[in-house]
Design a protein around this ligand. Structure first.
Ligand SMILES: Cc1cc2nc3c(=O)[nH]c(=O)nc-3n(C[C@H](O)[C@H](O)[C@H](O)COP(=O)(O)OP(=O)(O)OC[C@H]3O[C@@H](n4cnc5c(N)ncnc54)[C@H](O)[C@@H]3O)c2cc1C
Length: 328
């Protein structure tokens, strides 16, 4: 009998589970995919961290959130946060509200005119709107953060099962719930559903539907002409900008793609034996043109696997064409 079962090991479920484990409870964290995975909301390499909220209830939670992230960094000896300023470019009303909330929390911030934006942050222009600069906001290394929370959870005695999908949550009594997964049935006193975009699927048999609209967020990357200008350690900020078109966008400094990861060297396939394990064959990097060639690729890879000479030259697809710094 577990005290608590948490369904969903995204950043929310993982932190929830960690906190429960820190209370000395018997806890199981269930994740449907193999970890780490790229399907949920928590996937990716970077997230903005800031106190600048125009809703005071969120702003008030942030000083403690900063503190807990910093404590996790120390506990796990991991570098999770990169400090840099945040510029919010918005309407007069919103900036006023942000500033009021930041002052309430004694968070250092400054007002900046549209004209001053590019003086202060070369590489950034605000055509018509002023901004508020929160001096010590930052970027979180999202994948490392998630990993660190889950490691902390495990170190506190929590049990994490990935590749285990919760299929049904069956309340038995006020202190007993059965949780059926694709692998087992568990008993617990309490279940926490932290299923991100999947939440209504798990809730449906429990006769509940919450008004959550799942949307896809477009993430875009630009290659910086002068990366030095856009680096957080050189003072380039994270940005939140309200547009006149009724939407807003966020931006982070150059961070996700360090120098050696910025380029892939070519658009050619990768078909080769693993350099250390002859019986592992890699077939990847098919870019935007592999679909139609799949039958022939199938032949080539099959021949490699069976120790035969491939039907077509494969030297152009060899791993040896990459240098050591390549991700491959
Ligand atoms: C592109 C993008 C940019 C963002 N930028 C920021 C930012 O700058 N700053 C910020 O603070 N926030 C940002 N957010 C928001 C933030 O990332 C999300 O709010 C947060 O990750 C939500 O986490 P979650 O744990 O609720 O959901 P998820 O990460 O989706 O986790 C839910 C987990 O539940 C699992 N699950 C679902 N159903 C089951 C089941 N039946 N059985 C077992 N497991 C199940 C899923 O596989 C998943 O792993 C951004 C989000 C996106 C998408």
């Amino acid at each position: 009998m577990y005290d608590v079962i948490v369904c969903g090991a995204g950043i929310e479920g993982s932190w929830i589970a960690r906190q429960v484990a820190a209370e000395g409870k018997r806890i199981l964290l269930l994740e449907q995919f193999s970890l780490p995975h790229g399907h949920g909301s928590s996937a990716g390499k970077s997230r903005i961290i800031r106190c600048s909220y125009d809703k005071l209830n969120y702003a008030r939670m942030m000083p403690e959130a900063f503190k807990m992230w910093t404590e996790l960094e120390k506990e796990q000896a991991a570098n999770l946060l990169v400090r840099c300023p945040l510029v919010t470019i918005s309407t007069k009303e919103r900036l006023k509200q942000l500033s009021t909330n930041l002052s309430f929390l004694s968070i250092s911030h400054e007002h900046i005119t549209a004209a001053e934006v590019s003086d202060r942050f070369p590489g950034l222009k605000s055509p018509n709107r002023n901004g508020v600069v929160e001096l010590s906001a930052g970027v979180m290394k999202a994948d490392k953060c998630l990993n660190a929370v889950q490691a902390s959870f495990a170190s506190l005695g929590g049990v994490l099962h990935d590749c285990e999908k919760v299929l049904h949550v069956q309340p038995i009594s006020e202190s007993h719930i059965k949780v059926m997964t694709n692998a087992a049935t568990y008993d617990c006193k309490c279940v926490i559903l932290a299923c991100g975009p999947w939440i209504n699927k798990v809730l449906e048999p429990l006769d509940l539907n919450i008004p959550i609209k799942v949307t896809q967020i477009n993430s875009m990357y630009w290659k910086a002409k002068n990366p030095q200008v856009y680096k957080p350690e050189n003072g380039f900020p994270v940005i939140i900008c309200d547009s006149d078109l009724g939407f807003h966008f966020y931006s982070t400094p150059v961070l996700e793609y360090p120098e050696h990861m910025k380029e892939t060297p070519d658009n050619d396939f990768v078909i080769d034996h693993h350099p250390k394990h002859e019986n592992i064959i890699i077939a990847g990097g098919f870019s935007g043109h592999g679909y139609k060639l799949a039958p022939v690729v199938g032949k080539i890879v099959c021949s490699l696997a069976l120790g035969r000479k491939p039907e077509y030259p494969v030297n152009k697809f060899a791993l040896s064409r990459f240098n050591n710094a390549s991700r491959l």
